[in-house]
Design a protein around this ligand. Structure first.
Ligand SMILES: Cc1cc2ncn([C@H]3O[C@H](COP(=O)(O)O)[C@@H](O)[C@H]3O)c2cc1C
Ligand SMILES: O=C(O)c1cccnc1
Length: 344
């Protein structure tokens, strides 16, 4: 991924100043469009233009399984990952409904589903049939994590080649709130219990078990805080693909809308690998998963929406997308005080 990271340029703060100055010439009291103005400034910096584009968006859902699922940390069985992949391909999942609503190009990428997935329309980029159980051994080798990151970067490049001007990255993988919580606890060196939530909806007793599994795994893996090492030891193939996807979006100056907890943990890994990538991320929504607040704080991010959602798939990012569209429309379509003959 060094080649991708080497292409990521820091955004130009002067473009941000120009964008804010331009917004102040538009027919509204200065600052009156609140955080939509900050979003517009950010999109101008990402595209290095006062006329940013975000349409059409590319939704990419990465799917993979997790060895740690065998510890009983999810409310659902592992087969649901493959079954949901088929559902994505048929267009029946929440993300399909929301992606259609925003006119997105959608792609589903199998980077590590455990079963055989032979569903038309699903991209086969399987690195291996699920990660290893990180309670007993590293989830992935660093080479496997890298291969998944590359698959993520390639998916973003396909979206770009197909004409997308922004990307929305989503995931599907039973037990991935366990993997994400473990990665986050390692990166932040934060107590596990404060980060772990119900995921798909486990009961209280099972939550205590989930916390214990992660605590034991952290002690056993002893992986420190180095992001590539943490990702390989505790992460997932779909998480790694999202990391690669976020880095590739930044390398191509495409805004990437970050979804909930899982996506934000992947975004944090990407930013730890390349801090300049942070400026290319737009945070879509605040997940109900408790770890999300900690990931957001580490990323200094305030999401656009807070709808008490805890689904993943890219669903919250897709719901936030019309706000990016609105920020572009404000820059493109509003009259200036001078042009409209409105007194300042
Ligand atoms: C039907 C169904 C659809 C989903 N879509 C996303 N997730 C979400 O839930 C999973 C993570 O929760 P946990 O760590 O508790 O397994 C991931 O697959 C995530 O994308 C789903 C989960 C289910 C059951
Ligand atoms: O916020 C998320 O990404 C999330 C939360 C619960 C389950 N799956 C995903």
């Amino acid at each position: 991924m060094h080649d991708v990271i080497a292409r990521i340029e820091p955004v130009d703060f002067r473009m941000g100043q120009r964008a804010q100055a331009y917004l102040d010439t538009l027919t509204k009291p200065p600052g009156s469009l609140g955080r939509l103005e900050a979003l517009a400034v950010s999109l101008c910096q990402i595209g290095d233009t006062l006329a940013p584009r975000v349409d059409p968006p590319g939704v990419i859902v990465f799917a993979a399984d997790h060895g740690v699922a065998e510890e009983g940390v999810s409310a659902f069985p592992q087969e649901v990952t493959a079954q949901m992949v088929a559902n994505f391909a048929r267009g029946g999942a929440a993300i399909n409904a929301f992606a259609r609503q925003v006119g997105a190009r959608m792609e589903v990428v199998d980077v590590g589903v455990a079963g055989v997935v032979r569903v038309p329309g699903v991209i086969d980029a399987k690195v291996r049939a699920g990660t290893r159980n990180f309670l007993h051994e590293d989830a992935m080798t660093e080479a496997e994590a890298l291969q998944a990151m590359r698959a993520g970067a390639l998916a973003v490049e396909r979206a770009r080649a197909a004409g997308c001007h922004s990307v929305i990255l989503g995931e599907m993988g039973i037990a991935n709130t366990t993997a994400s919580s473990a990665v986050l606890a390692a990166l932040l060196n934060h107590p596990v219990a404060a980060l772990v939530g119900a995921g798909t909806g486990i009961a209280r007793e099972r939550l205590a078990h989930k916390i214990a599994v992660i605590e034991r795994a952290l002690a056993a893996r002893g992986c420190g805080r180095e992001p590539a090492r943490v990702l390989a030891a505790l992460g997932g193939l779909e998480l790694a693909a999202m990391v690669g996807g976020f880095l590739a979006a930044a390398a191509h100056r495409l805004p990437a809308v970050v979804d909930g907890f899982i996506a934000s943990v992947a975004a944090l890994v990407a930013v730890r690998l390349c801090p300049a990538a942070r400026a290319y991320l737009v945070f879509g929504h605040r997940s109900a998963e408790p770890g999300h607040a900690h990931a957001l704080e580490a990323l200094e991010a305030i999401p656009l929406l807070a709808l008490d959602m805890r689904l993943g798939e890219g669903s919250g990012a897709a719901l936030a997308f019309p706000l990016l569209r609105a920020a572009c429309a404000m820059l493109r379509d509003m009259a200036t005080f001078d042009a409209a003959g409105v007194a300042r």
